[in-house]
Design a binder for this molecule. Structure first.
Ligand code: FPP
Length: 267
């Protein structure tokens, strides 16, 4: 997982422009563009997913270096089942293979890995590797890596609504007690602060059913770079852009006013 210092075209280390005191604690990423990257190169789409894994490793390492606390990535959506069986099978095998090959290093790096989504339809061998990986790394503290698989934001919200309705019907809670805090406590991300920053690669400007509740106030950064071409440098650009935003949460007070206004960090 090693890689050198990232140097931009002007020979500047972009990481020096990052305010280490204002790095987002939780970054969420929609890793998009694997298929297009491969197709552009005349390769099967699966090659894009394969290259995407090495990019993910680079970004995990970069997040850790910046002392981000949580990285949440969208690896397989509830809608991805509609892809050709061959591609779905490839992705499922890839998850198993990557976990088998990388879990030792993930653990050594003190990364805690958690899978978010409905694991029911996945093959038993994958579920076993997932549970073992989660169990092995559960006490690690350097970075929490949430991998969203068979995840859908609407499905998550409906499940929470059902659970609260059930609790109400058996008298465990009163309908009047349902509030944002209670709702949060039933989400798959319970106990984790919402992402301050969402990065989506490949230029698409959609949320695509990702963390619908949790992204309510996240800053969104769209990178035109396809995920297999994304790297630490592009990640730093996203962080610098985030640090130039004025996060008001619906209010009017300016919390931050620094800006990244030269071309080396515009996307
Ligand atoms: C989106 O690109 C990417 C995916 C659906 C899969 C992402 C998965 C990985 C990078 C592997 C991660 C592995 C682990 C173990 C976490 P796309 O296929 O939708 O690309 P397109 O929009 O160009 O078609």
């Amino acid at each position: 997982m090693s890689f050198g210092k990232i140097i931009d075209k002007k020979n500047n280390d972009l990481s020096k422009r990052i305010d280490k005191q204002r790095v987002p604690e939780h970054v969420a990423i929609i890793m998009d563009g694997n298929g297009r990257w491969a197709t552009k190169k005349g390769l099967p789409r699966t090659f894009g997913h394969n290259k995407g894994v090495s990019v993910l490793k680079e970004i995990i390492k970069a997040s850790k270096k910046l002392s981000c606390k949580v990285l949440t990535v969208y690896a397989f959506s509830t809608e991805n089942w509609s892809r050709p069986t061959q591609e779905v099978d490839y992705l499922i095998n890839l998850f198993s293979e990557v976990l088998r090959n990388e879990i030792k290093e993930i653990h050594q790096e003190s990364i805690k890995i958690k899978f978010i989504g409905d694991l029911t339809p996945f093959p038993e061998n994958l579920k076993k590797i997932i549970y073992n990986s989660e169990s092995l790394t559960k006490n690690n503290e350097s970075l929490l890596l949430n991998v969203c698989v068979n995840y859908g934001g609407r499905q998550e919200i409906v499940k929470v609504a059902k659970r609260l309705a059930l609790k109400s019907s058996i008298g465990e809670i009163k309908p009047s007690e349902v509030n944002e805090e209670l709702f949060n406590s039933e989400l798959l991300t319970k106990g984790i602060n919402d992402p301050e920053l969402l990065i989506r690669t490949s230029g698409e400007k959609r949320i695509s059913n990702f963390l619908l509740w949790q992204l309510a106030y996240s800053e969104i950064y769209i990178s035109d770079v396809l995920w297999p071409d994304f790297n630490e440098f592009e990640f730093h650009k996203a962080i610098i852009d985030y640090q130039s935003r004025n996060r008001r949460f619906g209010g009017i007070e300016s919390l931050q006013d620094e800006s990244c206004n030269d071309s080396s960090c515009s996307s």
